[in-house]
Design a protein around this ligand. Structure first.
Ligand SMILES: C[S@@+](CC[C@H](N)C(=O)[O-])C[C@H]1O[C@@H](n2cnc3c(N)ncnc32)[C@H](O)[C@@H]1O
Length: 285
């Protein structure tokens, strides 16, 4: 089992997984806001599904896009891969390098997924555990991943199927925050909508398969669910700071709670279900 940097004594007292955000990052440095490590721990199920789906073999060259602190690069290295992680946060890469210091083949580069510093056909597998959805220009990221992928390689990425209560609440939060900041309306992308993904990967000569996995989020109440996320999630923190500055934090929170309560599956507390998606892209033959 990989070790993460979590201090269990400071953890929120209920569990959740993930949070949808759109295609342009709202947070310049994921190490600077929130406490993402708590979410990373909860993402273990998704990460393991990605690693299993990628079927990494000993000696393969694996690229982990948006590696953050290298948790899932470590899983790939443990499977025998020569792993390379990229991220655009220098502080997080420093932690990743330290974490994988016993793996001499592991390397970590400061880079945007949409502009990868690697020669063509370098990697057998490219893995993404909920990173592409947060910051990447989809067309450019897919073109770059296709370029650095070996002819028989595979890209395994993650997304949210969308249409669920949490995605809808997040749209309100991000849309209102970006507007309050004077940014143009936020373009939403879950990396989980099959027709869109087929077109985007298809344009780079890649076939795709997407598998949906159910997941449920619970908390004592919808408000506590959102407040819990806001303690730890960098993008939620970034949005909340913008909303507080604009004096519209509470009214936005009320709107989000309304959406979550409208789809609540638990009369006594709070529960909503949704699907995460694991996609596999391979070259068309
Ligand atoms: C939600 S975190 C997930 C990190 C990691 N895969 C995990 O599961 O712990 C998203 C990460 O992707 C990185 N990221 C987002 N967009 C990126 C981009 N376009 N290029 C490189 N890194 C990016 C962020 O800095 C952050 O570390």
């Amino acid at each position: 089992m990989p070790t993460t940097e979590t201090d269990p004594s400071a953890a929120p007292d209920w569990g959740f997984v993930g949070h949808y955000v759109g295609r342009k990052s709202l947070v310049p440095d994921w190490g600077a806001l929130g406490q993402y490590q708590f979410i990373a721990d909860a993402l273990m199920e998704i990460a393991r599904t990605v690693i299993d789906t990628a079927q990494i073999k000993k000696g393969e060259a694996v690229l982990d896009v948006g590696t953050r602190t290298g948790n899932w690069s470590l899983l790939a290295a443990e499977a025998g891969a020569k792993v390379t992680g990229v991220d655009f946060s220098p502080g997080l890469l420093k932690i990743a390098r330290e974490k994988l210091k016993d793996y001499p083949d592991a390397r970590f580069e400061l880079a945007d997924v949409a502009k990868l510093p690697f020669v063509d056909a370098s990697f057998d597998a490219i893995i993404d555990v909920v990173s592409l959805m947060f910051g990447a220009d989809r067309e450019a990221a897919i073109a770059e991943m296709a370029r650095v992928l070996k002819p028989d390689g595979r890209i395994v990425w993650t997304g949210w199927a969308g249409g669920d209560a949490i995605s809808e609440a997040a749209k309100i939060q991000i849309g209102t925050a970006t507007e309050a900041n004077g940014h143009p309306p936020h373009p939403y992308s879950y990396w989980g909508v099959e027709d869109e993904m087929r077109d985007l990967f298809g344009a780079q000569g890649l076939d795709i398969q997407m598998i949906k996995h159910p997941i449920a989020h619970t908390a004592p109440s919808a408000r506590e669910f959102l407040e819990g996320i806001d303690q730890v999630h960098p993008t939620s923190r970034a949005c909340s700071l913008a909303l507080e500055k604009a004096g519209i934090f509470e009214q936005t929170m009320e709107k989000m709670i309304g959406v979550l309560e409208g789809r609540n599956e638990d009369r006594e507390a709070f529960k909503v279900s949704r699907h995460f998606v694991v996609g596999i892209a391979t070259r068309k033959h």
